[in-house]
Design a protein around this ligand. Sequence first.
Ligand SMILES: [Zn+2]
Length: 262
Amino acid sequence: MTIYLQQLKQYCDNTFSYIEDYTFNGLQVEGKNEIKKIVFSVSLSELLIDEAIRRGADCIFVHHGFFGKSFTKIQGPLKRKLQKLLVNDISLFAYHLPLDAHPILGHNAQLCNMAQLQIIKPLECGFICGNALNLTLSQIAEHINEHIPSKYAISQSGSGPLLPTHQFNANIYKFGPEIPQKIFICSGGSGDYLDKAIREQCDLFVLGEPKEHLIQAAQEEQLNLILLGHWRSEQPGIWAVMNDVAEKLGVQAEYIEIENCV
Ligand SMILES: [Zn+2]
């Protein structure tokens, strides 16, 4: 089925609320008016654009699009990516923080459902969740893994107080109770939000990509960590939007997986 670019813009405007961000959210590059196929992926790259062209896509939807708010130097890889989009008349939509924070379709809401936890309230772009089923750390990681399995293996080397248990493609740092009761889920590069998890007296922080100091700081606060990986933790929202777009607009939608183990 063919839809119009304006319909997709309208869908996005209705779906995502405005959140102050360091990037433009929405239609970043305008392509052709008629859309037969949309491809979805986590991050914009030249690889992704090449694959979108190969698949005959009219539109690309990503979480990490062109970052920044001013393009004053269009050279090198940026020029090539823009040129490929414009020459092929492909639109680019990117939703960053509004997709993290969406209460149903967002990465964090989806992760919360996958883990079988219950949303209590939003915090930054993530959610504070409860654990009504009294799941253990391993069960939470396992539930998430059932929905986002990974082809890359994580192996443990050495042993020490700050090394994680690698289970279900997640790094589990058991610094607190085996059965956490108050969980902060925040996907992607959310390591800076450790203080917020502590202030909320959480006993588990589920995140994508940590900062170096996070591990010891969490240990000192007896806060459990489950590290999922940045890219891996930011697929669920893309899948949810893809399914929603296909269902509501009836347009062909495909996921392009460009795996990234960070
Ligand atoms: Zn991210």
